[in-house]
Design a protein around this ligand. Sequence first.
Ligand SMILES: Nc1ncnc2c1ncn2[C@@H]1O[C@H](COP(=O)(O)OP(=O)(O)OP(=O)(O)O)[C@@H](O)[C@H]1O
Ligand SMILES: [Mg+2]
Length: 480
Amino acid sequence: MSNITVCARFRPLSSKERRDHGDAVCIQYVDSETFIFKDEKAEELTFSFDRVFYDKSEQIDVYRHLAQPIVRDALNAVNGTIITFGQTGAGKTYSMEGPGVLECDAVKKGLLSRVVEGIFECTKSSDETSKYSIKLSMVEIYMEKVRDLFDLSRDNIQIKETKTQGIMLNGMMEMTIKDPQEALLTLSKGIANRAVGETQMNIASSRSHCVYMFTIQQESTKDKRARTGKLNLVDLAGSEKVEKTGAEGRVLEEAKTINKSLSALGNVINALTCGPMGRGNHIPYRDSKLTRILQDALGGNSRTALLCCCSPSPTNSSETLSTLRFGARAKHIKASPRVANEDRCIRELEVFTPIKRESRDKLLNELQENLDIEHVQKLEELFIQEGILFDPCSIEESELAYEDVTSQTISSLQLALEELLSTIGELKKENEELMGRVSAAKLNHQPISNSNLLPTISSILCLFTDWLKSFFHFSINHYN
Ligand SMILES: Nc1ncnc2c1ncn2[C@@H]1O[C@H](COP(=O)(O)OP(=O)(O)OP(=O)(O)O)[C@@H](O)[C@H]1O
Ligand SMILES: [Mg+2]
């Protein structure tokens, strides 16, 4: 069973779109899961998703199909993430917040208010032996910096990972919420702090990715066991073609950063979808703050829902097509949910089993043999400065820091290998040309010096490439 739900949503035509193209739309209804899309060249493509919401769909339909099952799971300690994705002005924030989270029309209220209500309803209807505590945090990722929306002075929050709690944001505010009204009031304060700008496509365009994090802790009054479920709601900043949105100066820089992190998200999805399954497949989560924060939620220990928000107008058909392709690709993510954070004591014990100690000692011995003490100390100093290593005595964090460095090394090796291969390709071409000239010269009986060196250079280059390839494969297999 696939644990990612992908839905498409087409908002009603905007007044500008109506002015430009009248009532024309680029989609044709087939049923609640399938539609035909007409691209710029009037070619037709059929798309199917778990659900398609057309312009007359209600906010409650989106909640029921996309969010409700994830909310229920989060109360049973299965992590979940709901993402709104799409072009600027396509309806991501509208789907998430509705016209506003406070005093909103009951029909128009968005996913956030409904999720809050859903959480509290579930806690009320659960059996009496469970006690819940709900915490809320809000961060935005603006220009690749993580900012706490409940305390703007915390504007460069570091992301860390522990084996017991997964991804954590260092020093982030967590508000305990007791009822839906308190939650909505808290949310509205955070939303007011979001970075908003104006583009030609949207007068209130979100210029940051916003992550709403609910942490739901369930304690059994019978045996005192605690379980925790994390529920993330992510309102992404819009993808945009800068020439179309008229971005310049700071807005242009914002747009470039937004597009870069969205493409990192696309790369992670691509790696999860197309790469070989198993530990040998490198997923570049660390390439952006967004993918790092969502690491728990994509392809791992979580249920994920993606709402692809689109304009139905032919004016935006190329952006709509890329949004739909993104969603179609995501549908192939293979994820296996499992109950998260259950029985922490047991999991903590697992971390320190003798087998893990043994493998750690083996790795440390290998490192000691190959690096001298001064290098190890310098590495340690660097980790602490970068905030990767918080407590050098902690085995767990040292292991994770080691994995971080390994992963970054693999990414840069991949890049270096690509560059090297292209240089070698160019050199080979040049070499072939030279050989051609040598042969031609020989035919004309002209002496050419060093001509016998060229095949030697070529074979050395080939040997070097082979060596590099085998080293690279060894690194991936060895460290993963
Ligand atoms: N389903 C809908 N029904 C009615 N109005 C909608 C709907 N979806 C979006 N809108 C309207 O379209 C406009 C743009 O929507 P929204 O701000 O949600 O876009 P966005 O995808 O968040 O864009 P950005 O990436 O720039 O933040 C808003 O005025 C919003 O009210
Ligand atoms: Mg928005």
